[in-house]
Design a protein around this ligand. Structure first.
Ligand SMILES: [Zn+2]
Length: 176
């Protein structure tokens, strides 16, 4: 694979080493698209894992969520994860601040369809950057401020879906 720029985030402005820093590998949105358009997703996952190991070793960091990110056209960063196997691959994207789910989708085999899916995912992050998120249930777009009041795990919900279902699930969760 083409190795992109690797950013290793440091806590100190003067560049001194921090042993407890959290690394992240950030692709710009054009490289993110190129990665996802790969003919061989299994190999891509292996390559990413190799890259993760390389960076983790470089900073002495063993494990972490949110290792892989892409930055959208506004420069905001989103965490992504590819899961699955040769029978089917899935892409999940989260807001790296709050862990809110931005998009989960299958990765189509057909390259035209796949291109459209990637465009949709990037659009979803752009809408998120300017203050909107899709309801995790009905996919209606809602202001983030509203959705953050209606959170169940990584899901964020509109008023209607929250009141009809997720409010109760979240309440049950709290009693356990
Ligand atoms: Zn909804």
């Amino acid at each position: 694979m083409t190795i992109p720029d690797i950013f290793i985030r440091k806590t100190n402005a003067d560049g001194t080493f921090e042993s407890n820093l959290t690394p992240a590998i950030i692709f710009n949105y054009m490289d993110f698209r190129k990665l996802l358009m790969s003919d061989d997703i299994a190999k891509l996952c292996d390559d990413l894992e190799e890259l993760r190991g390389y960076v983790a070793d470089a900073v002495g960091f063993k494990w972490g969520n949110g290792f892989f990110r892409f930055s959208n056209i506004f420069g905001n960063e989103y965490t992504f994860l590819i899961t699955g196997n040769h029978k089917g691959w899935r892409l999940a994207v989260w807001d790296h601040h709050g862990g809110a789910s931005i998009a989960t989708t299958s990765i189509p085999k057909d390259s035209k369809e796949r291109g459209e899916v990637i465009t949709k995912v990037l659009k979803a992050t752009e809408r998120h950057t300017v203050g909107y998120i899709q309801c995790s249930a009905c996919k209606e777009e809602v202001p983030i401020a509203t959705a953050n009041k209606h959170a169940y795990f990584a899901g964020r919900y509109c008023d209607t879906c929250w009141d009809s279902k997720y409010k109760q699930l979240e309440a049950n969760e709290n009693y356990n």
